[in-house]
Design a protein around this ligand. Structure first.
Ligand code: ADP
Ligand code: ASP
Ligand code: MG
Length: 422
């Protein structure tokens, strides 16, 4: 892919946790960059994640001292950002050992400015002047993913998996030719290849499907990196760090730039699994107008994303029962928001109960718009495997079902067999 561009085209490469997982792997990444640098690629910027397992270890360390400090405070973000800092230092050292001058850059150096929503901060701007100055002097920029700084100079993190988003945001700021996401699989597959061995590599993917797949749990790309790619028409390529450069990969690019679009899309491009969900059931919701709107309004203000919603029934006392799913990490916040609202508004019967042990399985595809019967096939395929559906939601381009977590992997395989390989 590099052949398509002049050697002075800015290129951003991102390496995920496994790609920099140990000393040898860091040296291998440095060797690849050194080769490209020697070949004359003069505008390389590399974004690195923490080494695999490192961020989880840091989360545990925070939990050990303060179970309540999790997700949402400056201390939590400061601890988590340390993992990327170490990777930047190690890759810089490895590049220098290869004889390549490198410039280590943490978020404050590039002024990767975010809002102050700790643990899920959004990038507002990046000042790339230092990278341009470094390139003039023949240096490779090595940038910490996942982290940012607020207006008050506090460290923030972008949400788990957020280094992908750092990389695409940097690619946009640098007006890069493309952003290469180097990971531990060949690209985006029709399902997680670790769960579904017969999953197929998707060589070209539109941003819309990729965004839906990422949002619904396919972990290979952080949803916001796809959103940014689409917004700024930044081509993204996902490839395997551990295979040679001519190997298979996935391209995401604006439709008009791709050369081999199939004439008609399949109904379903991919099947995804999200195990990090919980169900909240609200009981005693007063039937007076606006009570439901108030609950969801409050959750929205707090940044809690509400997904599958079922408006269950009216109970004997005339109050309503409503169920919805949230990310597990938002569960406590969702429950306390409901408690607070109930107290403030005097909704004495309003209660939120939580259920975990669930998973959301989705079939995604823009082709679904023009195919009938996707819902029927989904239900039949799951029923044939005796899998109970607990909740359902559909849109034009996806159908999601909530099932017991124990049945989740079987459900992914059933839907993949039905729509992709069947
Ligand atoms: P990195 O550390 O490089 O960011 P991640 O672990 O975040 O890598 O994402 C890569 C993983 O995503 C793969 O190892 C794979 O198991 C998982 N995955 C889930 N769904 C998909 C999919 N549809 N295609 C490819 N990989 C997927
Ligand atoms: N290190 C962070 C995480 O584990 C960010 C990333 O890997 O993208 O979530
Ligand atoms: Mg990742």
């Amino acid at each position: 892919m590099y052949q398509r561009f002049p050697k002075d085209a800015p290129i951003v490469q991102k390496y995920g946790g496994t790609s920099v997982g140990d000393a040898q792997r860091i040296k291998d990444v440095a060797a690849r960059l050194a080769r490209q640098h020697r070949e004359g690629w003069s505008k390389l910027a590399v974004v690195v994640s923490a080494r695999s397992g490192e961020t989880n270890r840091l989360v545990e360390m925070v939990r050990e001292v303060s179970p309540k400090a999790v997700e949402g405070g400056p201390a939590y973000d400061m601890a988590l950002a340390a993992g990327e800092q170490v990777s930047v230092a190690l890759l810089t050292a490895a590049l220098e050992a290869e004889g390549v001058p490198a410039q280590p850059l943490l978020a404050y150096k590039l002024d990767i400015r975010t809002d102050s929503a700790h643990a899920k901060a959004r990038i507002r701007s990046i000042d790339s002047a230092q990278i341009h100055a470094g390139w003039e002097r023949g240096r490779v920029a090595v940038v910490a993913g996942f982290q940012g700084v607020t207006d008050d100079q506090e460290l923030t993190t972008l949400g788990r998996g957020g280094s992908d988003t750092s990389a695409v945001a940097l690619a946009v700021a640098l007006d890069a030719a493309f952003c290469e996401i180097n990971t531990d699989v060949d690209g985006v597959f029709t399902a997680d290849p670790r769960l579904v061995p017969e999953a197929r590599l998707i060589e070209q993917l539109d941003y819309e499907t990729a965004l839906e797949m990422a949002s619904l749990g396919s972990k290979v790309l952080h949803p916001r990196c796809v959103e940014l790619g689409a917004k700024w028409r930044m081509p993204l390529v996902v490839r395997n760090t551990f295979t040679p450069d001519h190997h298979r990969r996935t391209w995401l690019m604006p439709q008009s730039d791709s050369q081999t679009q199939p004439i008609e899309a399949l109904a379903v491009s991919g099947v995804t699994l999200d195990r990090a969900i919980a169900r909240v059931t609200l009981t005693g919701v007063p039937r007076e107008r606006g009570a439901i709107a108030e609950v969801f309004g409050r959750l929205g203000e707090l940044g809690v994303n509400v997904d599958v919603i079922v408006h269950d029934r009216v109970d004997a006392d005339g109050s309503m029962r409503v169920g919805f799913t949230v990310a597990k990490s938002d569960l406590e916040q969702a429950k306390s928001a409901v408690r607070e609202l109930a107290a403030e508004r005097g909704y004495t019967g309003l209660q939120a109960t939580a259920e975990t042990g669930l998973a959301k399985v989705s079939a995604v595809g823009v082709g679904m718009r023009s195919y009938a019967g996707v819902a029927g096939r989904t239900f039949r395929a799951l029923a044939a495997k005796d899998i109970d559906i607990r909740m359902i939601s559909t849109s034009e381009i996806k159908i999601s079902v909530v099932v017991d977590d124990k049945a989740a992997e079987a459900a992914v395989r059933a839907l993949h067999a039905e729509f992709v390989t069947g």
